[in-house]
Write a protein that binds this ligand. Sequence first.
Ligand SMILES: Cc1ncc(COP(=O)(O)O)c(C=O)c1O
Length: 471
Amino acid sequence: MTLANYADELEDLDRRYVFHPFTSPSDQAGSSPRIIVAGKGAVLRDSRDKEYIDCMAGLWCANVGYGRAELAECMKEQTLKLSYYHSFIGMGTDTPALLSEKLVKMAPGRMSKVFFGNSGSDANDTQVKLVWYYNNVRGQPLKKKIIARKRGYHGVTVMAASLTGFEGMHKGFDLPLPMVRHVKPPHRLWEAEPGMSDADFVKLLADDLEKTILAEGPDTVAAFIAEPVQGAGGVIVPPKGYFAAIQQVLKKHDVLLIVDEVISGFGRLGTTFGCEAMNIVEPDLITVAKGITSAYVPLSGVLVSEKVWATLVEGSAKYGPFGHGFTYSAHPVAAAVALENLALLEKDRLIQRAADLGRHMHAGLAKAFKDHPLVGEIRGTGLIGAVEFVDKSRGGRSVPFDPQLKVGTRISKRAFEDGVIVRALPAADTVAFSPPFVTTEAQVDRCIETARRAADAVMDELVRERQWKAA
Ligand SMILES: Cc1ncc(COP(=O)(O)O)c(C=O)c1O
């Protein structure tokens, strides 16, 4: 069988049998799936032998790069030694104990325990159950609402999708659940008045949160959940002082802070946790996943602060054992991989590398895109960045393009054909960049040049289609 025949067969199987997440079922029959079959460092190869620089680290997660022998060896060793045992009813295995100690000691704030899961979504569902339980133990059964942000992304399970602030993830699923509210995101382009200072924008956002808490009644609001930098919502970096102001409001109304570090944890922002980069000093609960294993195996964690843990302990008298846990909670192979992944980050100084490469990337993005006629904002920090494309041709303020034009998607598709994976994010025409920490400067430069060429080509297309003209 030739490589092309094999690729045809794989694509056919994929079309016939695979139910793809975030893909229109109506596109399935006529789709042209790309099947990735190998990866090394920042480079992926598909079934037709074409190579791509993965400037998204998969889904913001393959941080130490693909195909690391150290992680493969560690997985093999742990599997041969102990492939599985559970962590229910006080049982345990060795690697999760070692990992928990490491996580609690490296985490910001005063953390006490780690509850392990398998994905960012299930961890965020666990967070909400913990928060509800916490308030039941405290004798505040009405204090159950959770406030999230528009364009925040927290996953897809029933509660996590409710917390996620994208309409497209609620429509057709009877979501969000009734106890969830969404407040304004710190997205300067669409939420701030032109020329607004950081201080005034922070005040506007903190007031929006406080008004929402007061309108709902503080005795009904349990927690606020936020990513340090909103990832899938557009790589939205909050203005200076944002989290200090938000934490003040939360404290005043006895509302817990859940920090969703699924993307930002373990180096993506150039710091160990996003909390450090964004000045979040006292998280009550932290969600981690993705970068904890660099996506070699699924693993997530809920880090529980001393304050919350103390209340859970009191709860045993009322409720008995904590009635929650997954078959794969604290999986020994996943924990072994996480330990080795964290050791690699340290040994190769990869968090510093993410910070340095991030500076290079942001300088490159600014140079390539600052004068582009379609660019509304270039954002990012650490090794995460984005360019948002807007229509400035209509006089006055920039406006988003008609979503039907799929400007961001067209740009990312063209870059893909040119061998570079960047991602068009769902909320607007934003194209994201989030490469593995081991990507070279030359590879990052190639990604940026390719994205710029793709943006130029799409701009020419829009002109030909009479959808856009230079102002
Ligand atoms: C900030 C954040 N939280 C939660 C999730 C959900 O994680 P998972 O896809 O592992 O369920 C994601 C996934 O992208 C995320 O970016």
